[in-house]
Structure formats: C-alpha cells, structure tokens
Design a binder for this molecule. Structure first.
Ligand code: DC
Length: 218
C-alpha cells in the first residue's frame, strides 16, 4: 500500500510551512518542504556561480548534489555535507529558487527527490505543485493562500523577530513579483488542483488553519 499524502500548496508566505510542519507532527507523518529542495539547489548554484539561465548546467548540479534533511523543531539541511540551514531563508536564496523553478528540466530533475519522501505512516507535502504534479493521487489536498499584503506583513514580522533588517514595501513588491513568476511559468505553475480544498488564511490564525486542515483528514 502506498502511504497516504496530504498536499498543502499555495503562494509564498501563506503559512504553509508552519501549518504543514505542525499538522505532520500532530499526525505523526513525514514532512516534505519542497521549497527547501529548490532553495538548496539555488544555494548550490550560487556557491558555484552557475548562470541561473544555464539549464543543462543546473540539471547537472541538481543530479549530483547530495541533500540530507533532519526535521526537528526547525528543518535542518545539509548540502554535500555542509550545513546550509541558515542560508535557506535568505531573500537571495528564495529569489534564485523562484528563477530556476521556471525551468522544466530542472523541475523534472527534482521530481523523484520529492516523491522519495512518501513513506508510511503518511506524508504532508508543502509546495506549489504537490497536489497537481508531484502527488496527483494524494488523498487530501489543500490550497492555502492569503492576500499579498498580509503575507508581506507576516514576512516582515518574521524577519524583524530574527533581527534581520526588512522593508515592507520592498517585501510586498518581491512577493508580488514571485507570485507572478510562480503562477505564469509554463511548467507546473502555482495553481489549485481541481480536487483541493481552498483555504484563505488572511483573517485566520495558525491554530484555526491547523484545526481546519485536520478536520479534513479525520
Ligand atoms: O516555498 P518556498 O518559498 O520555499 O519556495 C521557493 C521557490 O521555489 C518558489 O518561489 C518557487 C519554487 N518552488 C516551486 O517551484 N515548486 C515547489 N513545489 C516549491 C517551491
């Protein structure tokens, strides 16, 4: 029997990461943060100064990089043995990830790495195309979103709490730009699966979203 999957897709900053991690913990299921795979590849490319438009060179790095994930309170990631956890959340990493994510061969090279996370007792998979492309046969699918303004505000608070300098208008601009790139790309664009449940978290706190998601499964 293949393991059950709950997919949580949506734009950046909608709260997918927090919700998915906590839902996985409550269910005792495995957790895939697919964005961190794109982000890790972006870090590998920036380290090697690979041109972000050079698709064959990017695919080569994607196929040869070695990633290891330890999922505790915070997701810890090593790239070829080096701990890159602190670099995952940087805006430069996210922007580079979004740029390479438009390339079809790059997405294909990362597909199996994501599907390998499916194992018993179940998987919560968080991303943009989990319910549409990576796990189209998932038993439970959620599309989690919030207004761009709310998402920029949340990101701003997160960065300030971490002691990182941030500018709200420029974060909003980045979010709108990334939404546009993620939604308009030809391959696996950010889109709601036909059989997904739509959730707008603009006016909901994390606990309310988690309760709603768990109610879909139980
Ligand atoms: O969810 P995130 O912000 O960590 O993702 C970073 C980028 O990776 C995002 O802008 C688009 C890309 N991505 C993707 O194309 N497909 C996914 N399933 C996850 C992320």
């Amino acid at each position: 029997m293949s393991a059950p999957v709950l997919t949580i897709d949506g734009p950046c900053g909608a709260g997918k990461g927090t919700v998915s991690r906590l839902v996985a913990k409550k269910l005792g299921w495995n957790y895939l943060d697919s964005g961190s795979i794109y982000r890790s590849l972006a870090i590998a490319l920036l380290k090697k100064s690979v041109d972000l438009a050079d698709e064959p060179a990017i695919v080569e790095v994607a196929q040869t990089m070695h990633l290891a994930f330890v999922c505790g309170d915070q997701l810890q990631v090593t790239l070829n043995g080096e701990d890159i956890t602190d670099q995952l959340g940087l805006e430069t990493t996210g922007n580079a990830a979004s740029i390479i994510a438009v390339l079809p061969a790059v997405r294909a090279a990362l597909l199996q790495k994501q599907q390998d996370f499916r194992s018993l007792p179940g998987l919560v998979a968080d991303g943009r195309d989990m319910g549409t492309v990576v796990f189209p046969d998932a038993q439970h699918k959620v599309f989690l979103t919030a207004s761009a303004e709310k998402r920029a505000e949340r990101r701003y608070k997160q960065l300030i709490e971490k002691g990182i300098d941030a500018n709200l208008p420029s974060l909003l601009n980045d979010i709108q730009e990334r939404d546009r790139r993620d939604s308009e790309r030809a391959t696996a664009p950010l889109a709601m699966a036909g059989d997904a449940v739509f959730l707008d978290s603009s006016e909901m706190d994390v606990d309310a979203v988690i309760a709603e998601v768990l109610s879909l499964i139980q």
